[in-house]
Every structure is written in structure tokens, then in C-alpha cells.
Design a protein around this ligand. Sequence first.
Ligand SMILES: [Mg+2]
Length: 245
Amino acid sequence: MTTPGLPQSIRACLFDLDGVITRTAVVHAAAWREMFDDFLGHREGDAFRPFSDDDYDRYVDGRPRADGVRTFLASRGIELPEGSPDDGPGEETVNGLGNRKNELLLARIHKDGVDAYPGSLRYLGTVRDAGLKTAVVSSSANCRDILAAVRIENMFDARIDGVVARERGLPGKPAPDTFLAAARDLGEAPAACAVFEDAQAGMDAGRAGRFGYVVGVDRVGQAEALRAHGADTVVEDLAELEGRS
Ligand SMILES: [Mg+2]
């Protein structure tokens, strides 16, 4: 049997979704860029500085939608009213801009579909064959639909996503609470859980929650930043872990 390449003490694996299991981090980044560049262009005219990959990695990736809007705008010295979660996508509020981004995201997903990383799907199978428990821990409110689209709903023993987090009042990444809730749902201590994340905010959550092992998944050449934010190891594909002892 192939071994999952984790410390012997690990009993459960907590996987981020976008960018770890599915190729959706790039789709999210494109939807954020379209929304913010449109907003900044209207507000600041031709002089505006476009939303960059670095902005995405530092201020947005991995965070709940409204937190991503607020954190990025703060980095540009812009503060908007919060508004409410059902604000229309045309409202110039934190929630309105977040909903606009979600509309753009869903349009892209609808048009292009969703891909899972083959190495991640195989690794999920290896981990489960080895008797480890699995959870998906995502800030996304679309997590369930995306799991269904790639037909892997039944590969996880627990799911903590944007919808569950809101129901339970859990703060999102970089706070560790969503990962801690998944560990609790699986009946394992944080020290017996490995966290798999591609975002700097996810690394911070892994470190803050004192999880047993934190795997940084580097899809965009940010290995150094992932290590600086607390990764115990960095891989470009989960398949690299298989057979490691
Ligand atoms: Mg991610």
C-alpha cells in the first residue's frame, strides 16, 4: 500500500478546496481582478493601480469573501460601508462588491466547468486507503456545488465551508477556527491533523491552530512565502507526498 508521506502521529487530513483539490484558485483570482479593476477604474480613473497577483496572494486568497474585499481595500486606503449579505452586486459596499465577485466567479465556472488536480484526487484515495479521516475546509460558500461538480462529495468525512462557518459563527482563515471545527467534527486533536493549504492565510491558520503538520501546496511559485507563513513542507503537487516516509 502507498503511504501518504505524513508523520506517524497524523490521523486525519484537513484539505482546503480551491487551489488544493480543485483548479479553482485561478478562477477566483480572475474574478477578483475583474471586479476590483472595474471598481478602482470607476473610482480613480486611468490613474488606478490594477489588482495584482501579489494583492491576491496577500490580501484575498483563502479568506472569506467579505474579509477579502475589506482587507484588499484597506491596503489601498479605501474603506466602504459593510452593507448586508444580500446587497445587490451593484452596491458600493463590502458585501455588494463581494457579491459582484461571486457573480463573476459563478459565470466563469458555469462557462468553463471545474477541474480537480489528478494528483490531489489520487492522494485523497491513498490517504483514505491508509485509514486516515478526511475533511474539506474552505472559505467558499460554493464548496458543496464544486464538490458535486467534480463528484467527490463522498471523499470527505466532514465539511466546514463558508455556509457552515456562517451558521456556526466561525471566523474565517487566517483564524484557525474552521480547521479546529473540522478536527472536532472528526473527533481528532489538532496535533493529530495535517492541514493542506495553498494560501498564505491558510498557513497562518495552520500555525495558529497548532496542527500536527502543515503542507503548503505551491501552485504559483510562492514556496518561500508559504514557508514564512508556517508550512512544515511545501510541494507543487500532492502526488509528491506519496511514498515519502
Ligand atoms: Mg485555497
